[in-house]
Structures are given as C-alpha cells and as structure tokens.
Design a protein around this ligand. Structure first.
Ligand SMILES: Cc1ncc(COP(=O)(O)O)c(C=O)c1O
Length: 389
C-alpha cells in the first residue's frame, strides 16, 4: 500500500475557481467568455512559417539549458532597443514561458520561511509559487483609489525587513491593467535598495500599452541592473502562448543559478520555439501593432460599456487586456457574482478574489475576445443586473 501519494504542499494550495468557470463556459455554447488570459488572435503568419521551416530543418532536439545563442543575440538587441537594458549572453536564460522563469527565480532566491512581497490583486501564480517553496508570501495591498499603483508608504508597513528577500512587480498588470509610472518605479527602486531586495519584474504585457501610457522597465533605471531580474514572454506580444517561451534577464550569478536549476525543471526551453522566436523578434512587427490597435479599440468600448451598467464602475486600464470593474455595489462576493453572471447573463468572467484578497468586490473581464462578442456580453450583463437592484 502507498503510504501517501499527494504531498501536504500540494494539498494546501487553493483550487482555482477560474478553471471550473471556464470549463462550464466551454461546455455551454451560449456562453461568451471574458475569462481567458491569452490572446484570441492567431499567431502571426511569418512566425508560423518560421516554425514550419524549423521543423523541416530538424530543430527537434535539446538546446543548451541557458538558451540558444542565436536567440540570445536577438534578445540582446531587443532589450537594448525596447527596454534600454544592456545585457550580455551571461545575463540571460531562456525559459519555458515566463511561468517557469518566476518559479526558477524564486527557487534561487528564497529558502523556507523567507519572504517575497507580491501585488494583491496580482497574477494568480505569484502566491502559490512562493508557497510551493515554503516561502512566506507577503501581499502588497493595491487600492483602486491609488489606481492600483504601488504605494511605498503602504509597502513600508507590510515588509518584514529581516525576512524579506524579493519583491515581485508586474507592469502592465494582470488583472488591473495598471501601468506603473516612472515616479512609482523610482520609489520602488529606492525601497528595494533600502531593504536590499531583489526585484522580480514581470513584464509579460510590455507591448500592450495604450494611449499616452509608456512601459518602463525598472531594470533600466540607474543603478538597478544588478538588483532587477526582468521577465519577458513571447505569449502575449506575439500571440504564441502555446510555444511556451520566455526569458529572464539579470545579474550573472542569479542567471547562472537559474540555469543550473533549469536542468532539473525542464532541461531547456523548447528548441522549435526558440528558433521560431528569432523570427518573432527580427521579423515584421506590423502584426503586433495591429493586435495592439484592436485591443485598444475593444478596451475603449468595454470600459465605456461597463461604466454605463448600473452599479459597475471601471477604472480605465492602460495596459494588458483586462478591465477590472468594481461591483461591490451589489453586495455579493465576487465569486458568487461571477457564478450568477455565468448562469443568468451567460457571460464568463474571473472573480477578483482569484487574484488575491484585495480582488474582493471586483471581477476581471478579458477583452482578448472579438469586439462583437464583447458587445453582446455587455448587452447581456446590462439586461440581467436589473434583476439584482
Ligand atoms: C502577469 C503574467 N505573468 C506571466 C504570465 C505567464 O505567461 P507565460 O505564457 O510566459 O508563461 C501570465 C499569463 O497569463 C501573466 O498574466
């Protein structure tokens, strides 16, 4: 008889409700899903052609654990031009999506009991990743009245100085769509210096910014190059999430440590994806511009429509592809509200609590869905919420 199969570590992790809701949404064809966190666009044609060519040329073997040198060369150029980050090959490890980079970064930075600050509401992988490693998750509470920007005064109150090693930032942010301003990033940089913290900057949505918003990499600020580990992804910018490709840029020692552990998590990022990604970086950027333009069009519409629904109020997101309306007027838990919308409006959204306790009273609506579908979803919600008032 087996003594035990499933570890306590696994058992204690919370079950995500988003999976269940999306499953129901998939089964019922009448449901419009504003749930997904991935682009609805097909991967651009030039990238698909490069992938086919790579297959024909036999790129079906392992790569070096740190990543192919031709891809790293293209990444170095992109980092210099787009992020103002100056890197050498030893500063980069190519990973199986940025999800793996988050885990590798934490594995290299914290021992059991050590703390990591992370945004709440924030991307749902941060807290569990710290918990899996028996670290101490320290939420940084973000408030709607601050536009969900980080606030160093509040951070001062939650840090446990002797126990905290790192802080995770995410700009543009999932689920709030907030883009951190230069001023905020400079303050956070000062905070990290004061407490000797590593900053893990998750920039998966770096290209999805709108209007006058600008994406700034905190790793490009003066004196921050060795204190920041920047994580990038091909999933959102190039609509290639299934290729599972990302990379981390930072201090040589940290990158060497992550590369060492990479051998035991996935050995290397998929070779086919790495060869393909060279085309993504070096080829035409027109498809990216088109996608961003269309996201922006949807963003404007969904924010306007959400704010017209009685009891909803939605801050204008400046980045990513999410709107995060406040629905606290209805005095329902956000999970209950999401379930109610699914049943009555046939619209799937993610409850705000999926992204942390501070997400209570909010729902996340992804606009990585066709424009007419979003319009229909708004019509449906508008019609049914009348019953709740
Ligand atoms: C903020 C954020 N970081 C990282 C990821 C993971 O992306 P990847 O596909 O590169 O693993 C996501 C995916 O939704 C995300 O929202």
């Amino acid at each position: 008889m087996l003594r035990r199969i499933i570890s306590e570590r696994e058992t204690e992790l919370p079950v995500l409700t988003i999976g269940r809701l999306l499953h129901i949404a998939e089964e019922d064809k009448r449901v419009i899903s504003l749930g997904p966190g991935e682009p609805d666009f097909s991967t651009p044609k030039n990238i698909i052609a490069a992938a086919k060519k790579a297959l024909d040329r036999g790129y079906t073997h392992y790569s070096p654990p740190e990543g192919r040198s031709d891809l790293k060369e293209a990444i170095i150029k992109k980092l210099r031009k787009d992020n103002r980050i100056h890197a050498s090959p030893d500063n980069i490890v190519v990973t199986t999506g940025s999800t793996e980079a988050i885990m590798l970064a934490l594995m290299c930075t914290i021992d059991p009991g050590e703390g990591v600050m992370y945004p709440d509401p924030g991307f749902l992988a941060y807290r569990p990743s710290v918990e899996i490693l028996n670290g101490m998750p320290i939420p940084i509470q973000l408030y709607e009245e601050d536009g969900f920007q980080l606030d160093v005064e509040r951070m001062e109150k939650s840090i446990i100085p002797e126990k905290t090693n790192a802080i995770i930032l995410n700009t543009p942010s999932n689920p709030t769509g907030t883009v951190f301003s230069r001023k905020v990033l400079e303050e956070v940089a000062g905070f990290a210096i004061e407490y000797g913290l590593l900053i893990i900057a998750d920039e998966a949505y770096e290209k999805l910014v709108y209007g006058d918003a600008k994406h700034i990499s905190i790793g490009s600020l003066n004196g921050m190059e060795d204190r920041v580990l920047t994580l990038h992804s091909f999933s959102k910018t190039y609509a290639m999430p299934g290729f599972r490709l990302g990379y981390a840029v930072g201090n040589e020692k940290l990158i060497a440590a992550m590369t060492k552990l990479h051998l035991f998590t996935s050995l290397c990022a998929p070779t086919i994806s790495q060869v393909t990604a060279i085309e993504a970086l070096k080829g035409t950027q027109e498809p990216v511009k088109k996608m961003v333009k269309e996201y922006d069009r949807r963003r404007k519409m969904i924010v306007k429509r959400l704010n017209e629904i009685p009891g909803f109020s939605c801050m204008e997101p400046k980045g990513a592809f999410y709107a995060f309306p406040n629905i606290s007027y209805y005095r329902m838990k956000s999970l209950k509200f999401a379930e109610w919308l699914l049943k009555n409006a046939k619209v799937a959204v993610a409850p705000g609590t999926e992204f942390g306790r501070m997400g209570e009273g909010f729902i996340r609506c992804s606009y990585a869905t066709a424009y007419p579908k979003i319009e229909k979803a708004m019509d449906n919600i508008e019609r049914v919420v009348k019953r709740l008032r």
